[in-house]
Design a protein around this ligand. Structure first.
Ligand code: AHG
Ligand code: MN
Ligand code: MN
Length: 438
């Protein structure tokens, strides 16, 4: 079992923006202060802010500070152009040898996100072949855009040739794809390492219906450990599979609490990559001049309360009653905080969650009368984004239970998701609990 308790160094990229020539003395002092502050923050890894949703009127427990790790300080970080994702992962691997294999996987994610960012940007040029519909419908009955298919292939190829992946599941694949038992396809042999195999789940292009209007889109990725004992016959399909083979493919059906890493890429005014390895959330921004993701926001913390909600409000009349009532109160300013809320909704989960993380607030796609499980998919939308949200100090709930604790039964299972600032989400949890006890 890979420890979720990982060690991370105290980066302080802010130092890079200070000009050495004019501010030499104050620069040294400022770097020392920033490094000390970052090291202090990094030394106290956080736990998800709540332990369970089961208690009626559950309250948020203060998490005890665990200090199992040291956070070394890099003085030289102030002299560099910043901490790249590659360097960050190398440092993580040096401090946590059990996570070494993960650096290869993140190398592939790094490249895939840059490539997808480029595809999305170029898709609006008249010469582009990536616009419009593919003409196929995916297993969930949704039109697949060409970009959905292209980005799925891109991510799949990037990840499978790392040799670190056993099984993957994607929004755009009908079934989980076994990479170990897979026959040599085309001309390319996939070499799978014996150790350190992972399961990856992903939504290659979240919000793809927004692409043609130039609205932000994203990629969501979750990484689980793979069961090393899994042997799958390459010819096994559906009922041909033995029980054990089916169970191995079902390696993808793990609850969010088993995630060892989650990441999203946001293709917007900048390209961002946010990740968690179970010890805080780190956001990198693509510096197009050097083609590298550079750490721009270490240890992101979502504000504890806010006054922004982000829902498709057109569905309000159909929502679960506690959700509807809570949002109506927020609209009027009669909720727990007494603040009058504003509404912000892009319609791309990654974009909406990214803003929620930085500004605070509530993002949700609740259950309603027509769709009791909402719209979002548990495996590659709900769980990885909930892991990131919790690691930034927020909460994520269906209203009745913690999203991270739900074990998926099928790959494309939907789940109600309400996530964001801890106090505001607690208000939602309390409203559901109160309705239940009536
Ligand atoms: P996808 O493009 O991967 O199918 O996901 C779209 C999702 C999600 O990004 C967003 O939060 C939600 O659909 C928006 O749904 P509505 O258009 O119903 O508001
Ligand atoms: Mn999506
Ligand atoms: Mn998608």
């Amino acid at each position: 079992m890979i420890l979720l308790q990982i060690r991370l160094r105290g980066f302080s990229p802010r130092c890079d923006y200070i000009r050495l020539s004019t501010m030499k003395y104050s620069f040294v002092v400022l770097c020392a202060v920033l490094n000390a502050a970052t090291a202090f923050i990094a030394a106290g890894p956080q736990k998800p802010a709540f332990a369970s949703h089961t208690a009626t009127y559950a309250t948020i427990e203060a998490s005890p500070i665990e200090t199992k790790t040291k956070a070394p300080v890099f003085d030289e970080v102030c002299d560099t152009t910043g901490v790249t994702l590659t360097r960050f992962m190398n440092e993580v691997a040096m401090l946590n040898p059990e996570l070494r294999e993960l650096t290869t996987l993140f190398g592939a994610i790094d490249t895939a996100c840059k490539a997808i960012s480029n595809l999305v940007k170029r898709s609006q040029l008249p010469s582009s072949q990536t616009l419009g519909y593919q003409g196929e419908v995916n297993v969930q009955g949704e039109d697949q855009k060409k970009l959905d298919v292209i980005t799925n292939d891109l991510l799949k190829r990037a990840l499978r040739f790392t040799g670190r992946l056993g099984v993957l599941a994607s929004e755009e694949e009908d079934e989980p794809v076994d990479l170990i038992g897979q026959k040599k396809d085309e001309n390319q042999e996939i070499i799978i390492e014996d150790s350190g195999k992972y399961v990856a789940v992903f939504d290659p292009l979240d919000g793809s219906s927004n692409v043609d209007a130039g609205i932000p889109t994203g990629t969501i990725i979750g990484v689980y450990e793979h069961d090393d004992n899994c042997e799958i016959d390459p010819d096994c399909v559906d009922d041909d599979c033995t029980e054990q083979e089916a169970a191995c493919l079902a390696n993808t059906l793990q609850p969010g609490t088993n995630l060892i890493a989650a990441a999203y890429c946001l293709y917007s005014s900048s390209t961002f990559l946010a990740l968690t390895l179970g010890n805080g959330v780190y956001i990198f921004t693509l510096d197009e001049a050097i083609g590298e993701f550079v750490l721009s926001k270490p240890r992101v913390q979502i504000p504890r309360s806010s006054s922004i909600y982000s829902f498709n409000e057109a569905n309000l009349e159909m929502w679960d009653e506690p959700m509807r009532e809570t949002v109506l109160k927020w609209r009027e300013g009669t909720g727990k905080s007494g603040k009058k809320f504003s509404s912000r909704y892009i319609g791309s989960m990654v974009g909406d969650v990214h803003r929620t993380l930085l500004y605070g607030g509530v993002f949700g796609y609740p259950g309603d009368k027509k769709n009791p499980n909402g719209k979002l998919r548990l495996l590659y939308e709900g769980a990885p984004m909930s892991f990131i949200m919790e690691q930034a100090g927020g909460l994520s709930t269906t209203g009745k239970e913690r999203v991270m604790e739900i074990k998926p039964k099928v790959v494309h299972q939907r789940v109600p998701v309400i996530m964001g600032s801890a106090d505001d989400i607690q208000e939602v949890i309390d409203a559901y609990a109160a309705a239940e006890s009536k």
